[in-house]
Design a protein around this ligand. Sequence first.
Ligand code: NIG
Length: 397
Amino acid sequence: MEELGLIRHGAVLLRDGLVTAVGPDERICRLPAARGAKPVDAGCRVVLPGFVDSHTHALFAAPRLDEYEARIGGSTYAGLARAGGGIQASARLIRSASERSLVCRLGQVARLFLEHGTTTIEVKSGYGLELDGELKMLRAIREAAGRSPLEMVPTLLAHDVPRRFRRKRARFLRVWTRELIPLVARSGLAECCDVFCDRGYFSLRETGMVLRAAARAGLKLKVHAEQLVRSGSALLAAGLGALSADHLDHLSEADIRRLRGTPTVATLLPGTTLHLDSHPDPPARWLIDAGVPVALATNFNPGSSPTVSMQLILSLACSRLKMSPAEALTAATVNGAYALGRGSLVGSLEVGKQADLIIMDATDYREIPYYVGMNHCVTVIKRGRVVFSRGGREARG
Ligand code: NIG
């Protein structure tokens, strides 16, 4: 994760939305294929692959500002959830929102991600809870994705049990495993399935049931694991060949040893521990030192991490999780791509991969985590096309 393959005075040749050559400026510019190419001069600034944000709940109907203020006053995330807030509050808002308004909202959010240098995101459902609501969210994600240059990977998320099913969990899970999951997989509305396995949400046994049904239906797997307490869900995820186990704040040392060598990426979400002021922080150093691939993501959502900025996440990863700037960049790009099953397509500037590039107003990549809370992104290229450039300072030529 330390090796960025940095090229000073580099150039990237793009064609038909793909990277066709990358290397030192003098070599690339002399290639016959570069003749007639339209130059984009990054002006000695840092050029990176676009960020891949592999864990977001980017589709929600409204922020939860009252809860934010209540938590500042001493309420807890779990206490607010028990009182009917939290995920259940966002679910009520999704129920009353029209599908059209959700498409529009996600379109606006997509613009924000692009402006901050993110070119691929995962978007989870999970605030619909029941069959109709989940399908409504997934249809809205598909529609918004079709209208935006931001690439969106849709995930079906079992997030919480609706209140009316609290005493009928088995029936609720039957609808998920026998109806919703097969329907979603057949219609291509989601690529992945995720479960919030934690105290007060889904048990380890229930999580296994949902994930196995999803795997049978052909969906890729992800798990919200070890966030509030240690549940054993990270190892369950790894045992089922999940793409990623996410959060991991309460992962044990034994878990880390057993994650090593599995295909599952450990996805860390330090925006969440910051916003909830929760402890402990996820054990990034132990994971990396043990050789487990680590990804970073925003976890953009209205309850525990209201940020779209992967640059802020890099700052937190370096300052709080003690990742080096190079490790953090790897985690926010190519490892995020693997956490989404898109490792061969996005996340690095390599021949044959998608031409997803960002130009940052920095001359050294370490400036990106160093300047906390700043947006360095001046130009975004998605699939070879400039889709955002910041007024006056855009790439020249
Ligand atoms: O990843 N942990 C579960 N889901 C989100 C929170 C969602 C919400 O509060 O709306 C998370 O932190």
